[in-house]
Structure formats: C-alpha cells, structure tokens
Design a protein around this ligand. Structure first.
Ligand code: UDP
Length: 241
C-alpha cells in the first residue's frame, strides 16, 4: 500500500488526511528553521518532544474550557487534530520584552510588561510575516472586527492558563505565538502547536541570560545544548501535568 501523500508540508510539520474528512494527522519533523527559513538545521527528537509538549498543553487548555483542534496523540510524533481552515494570522502574546519587540521599540530585553501585549502578524512567508495593525487586518479582510476581538480574548485566556501552568514547572512564559482556525461548524479553535519552537521559555531557577533559555532561541542564537533544553521542558511539563 502506498503511503498517503501529505496535504501540506510546513517547516516543522506534515499534514496528512485520514479516512474521516473532519480529522487530520499532523506529523512533527525534527527540521528547525529560523529567520524566515534563512537558517536551517535539525534538532534531534524535536518532533517527538514538540508533539508531546503540544499534546499536554492542548489537553490542559481543553480541560480549562478552551476549544482546540487537538484530538489525541496516537504515536510520539503524531497528533490527530480537527480539520480547520487556518486564519492567516500569527497571534503573539508577550509578558516580558524579548525578540522583535526589543528590536523594534528599544525596550530592553527582560523588561516585564505592565499588561500582556497582543500582536498580530500576517502569516505569509513571501512577505516575511509582517506585523499588522487592526486597521490593516480589516483592510486585508483577513478577519472581522469580531474575530479580532475574539482572537485577542482567547489568546489572553491562553496566556493566563499557560503562564500559571509553566510557573508550576519553574518556567517563565516570556512570549509565544498562537494560530487559530475555523472548524466545519465555524467555531474558532486554537490550532497548530505550542512548544519550545513557538514559545520563549526561561528557566526560573537560572539568572544567567543565556543559561536560562529553554526554547528555540538556543538554535536561533547558536547557544548550544538545544536538544537538552527541549528535553528539560518536556520533563518538567510531564512532571506537572
Ligand atoms: N514565533 C513563532 N513563529 C514565528 C515568529 C515568532 O513561533 O514565525 C514566536 C517566537 O518563538 C516567540 C514569539 O513568537 O516566542 C515572539 O517572536 P518575535 O516576534 O519576538 O520574533 P523573533 O524574535 O522570534 O523573530
């Protein structure tokens, strides 16, 4: 029997159809990219780690009443998910200044934000995922006013739950990126993944600005011990779920 063809291949995942048109299978790869795929590499066992961390976090959020696309994790690198039409926005929630926020505003790295900041980016590799304003989102008809408000409210709820959860793991949730999609009933579901690839996670027990980094910044900035950091996140999440 021929292996099914993926419906879609992204930078970190392959999406396959299943016998049920309402269900898809996401296969997590070890491939790692950064800076809009200008930097490419691979992180050993990343696929398994990110699939497992994402599954734990989606299940945790579901139990807190947040609707996600997650169904189950039939094997270490595979997640069954509800089929959704992805809203082409990356929703970033920030608790502490890091990354592009520091570069674009001059706010020093590590500055705690008085209130969580929600930023929207256009999910478009060719355009380099630009930062959008509310008016540009409406101009482009990427989402309605109501959907923008809904995405912001949901993302702040996710932030509240994940920040509290990671705190129990001695991890500070600095910032993270979420994606959403609409299911066949038009319900907005949290989609994609939540993992050390998509979150900035700092070890609360470490003060050294390089040693505390437990996420993809280790790969982006060549800090070394990338796989070990991802494994430590997995171990702490599994111990506290
Ligand atoms: N992020 C992501 N995918 C992207 C861009 C950002 O998962 O294509 C995550 C990133 O890991 C971080 C947060 O979103 O946790 C904020 O990223 P930022 O805008 O600071 O950009 P970066 O510095 O990562 O380029």
């Amino acid at each position: 029997m021929n292996a099914p063809k993926p419906l879609y291949e992204g930078k970190a995942k392959l999406i396959y159809p299943t016998d049920d048109p309402l269900v898809l299978r996401a296969y997590f790869k070890d491939d790692a990219t950064a800076f809009n795929a200008q930097k490419k590499g691979s992180i050993t066992d990343k696929g398994e780690i990110n699939c497992t961390v994402s599954s734990y976090l989606f299940r945790h959020l579901e139990s807190d009443g947040i609707a996600t696309h997650w169904i189950d994790q039939p094997s270490p690198r595979e997640m069954r998910v509800r089929a959704v039409k992805i809203v082409p926005l990356e929703v970033v929630v920030r608790n502490i200044a890091a990354g592009s926020l520091c570069q674009q505003t001059g706010i020093p790295l590590g500055t705690p934000l008085e209130e969580p900041l929600v930023d929207f980016y256009f999910k478009d590799d060719a355009l380099g995922d630009p930062l959008l304003t509310r008016d540009r989102i409406l101009l482009m008809k990427v989402a309605t006013e109501e959907q923008i408000d809904q995405l912001k409210t949901l993302s702040l709820m996710v932030n509240k739950h994940l920040s509290a959860f990671f705190k129990t793991c001695d991890i500070t949730l600095v910032d993270f990126k979420l994606e959403y999609g609409l299911d066949s009933d038009g319900q907005m579901l949290l989609a994609d993944e939540i993992s050390p690839d998509t979150c900035r996670l700092w070890d609360t027990l470490e003060t050294d600005p390089e040693r505390r980094v437990m996420d993809k910044d280790r790969f982006r900035k060549d800090l070394g011990s990338v796989e070990e950091a991802y494994r430590r996140v997995l171990a702490r999440v599994m111990a506290h779920c």
